[in-house]
Design a protein around this ligand. Structure first.
Ligand code: COA
Length: 211
């Protein structure tokens, strides 16, 4: 009988734990302050189900939001997130070199951004369990300029700058930098067509109305 009560109490505890996780959603301002970020702006929303490593090298500016199951793992050069940036669920930003996302940029679900990548040639060992003297990791900054949007399940490799206002189609592999205001698709990602610049006008309108 007692075991049955204990069993019910464990079930109740798990239900409360899960529902609290779901309802509570984002970290409070006090919780964000205690996490040791380099900088946290106003109205930043970080899911409690996302993971942040080396927070002392991560800065996140006003009104940005990071959703469930994202991983931000900053290296020495850090991760810098601008204003009104959205990172949808299951994204990862990982690497030693700098990763920057400028204002109004965004990642759709399951995008992987790498500022470090192992040597795949076979001339060196790979993976983080191996000391660096056996490896030849390539590090390179990844910069997503203003208004860049990256479609679902895309991969961005080191040494890539995506120019202001460009969009990357879903399921693309971005191996080289992209010019401004283009739409790029495919594996490897190639220029597909021009992207409208109307969003620049909308940005001005947004700042005027929200001021
Ligand atoms: C790239 C994209 C913006 C193009 O949209 P579009 O201009 O309406 O293009 P269309 O749908 O007319 O497709 C034109 C051609 O490109 C191909 N194409 C479109 N998107 C592609 C992609 N991501 N990768 C490869 N080919 C693609 C289409 O199959 C089509 O080929 P076809 O002419 O041989 O039939 C869109 O397809 C896309 O990938 N959007 C991202 C959506 C996303 O990730 N949303 C997540 C939530 S925000």
């Amino acid at each position: 009988m007692k075991l049955w009560i204990l069993y019910m109490e464990i079930i109740e505890f798990l239900c409360i734990f899960v529902s609290k996780k779901i309802i509570m959603g984002f970290y409070s301002d006090d919780e964000l302050k205690s996490m040791g970020f380099l900088h946290i702006g106003r109205n930043v929303k970080l899911s409690k189900m996302a993971q942040f490593y080396n927070t002392g090298n991560i800065s996140i500016d006003d009104n940005s939001r990071i959703d469930d199951f994202c991983i931000l793992s900053a290296g020495k050069s850090g991760i810098k997130i601008g204003k009104n940036v959205h990172i949808a669920c299951y994204c990862s930003l990982i690497g030693e070199a700098l990763i920057e996302m400028h204002d109004f940029s965004g990642l759709s679900s399951k995008v992987a951004v790498y500022s470090s990548s192992d040597d795949y040639s076979g001339l060196s060992l790979t993976n983080p369990t191996v000391p660096s003297k056996y490896k030849k990791v390539q590090n390179g900054n990844v910069i997503l300029q203003k208004h860049v949007i990256v479609g679902a399940m895309s991969v961005i490799l080191p040494n890539v700058t995506i120019g202001t206002g460009s969009a990357i189609g879903a399921l693309s592999l971005v191996t080289k930098s992209c010019e401004e205001f283009g739409i790029y698709i495919g594996n490897p990602a190639k220029f597909f067509k021009k992207r409208s610049q109307r969003l620049i006008e909308l940005e001005k309108q947004f700042y005027t109305e929200e001021a």
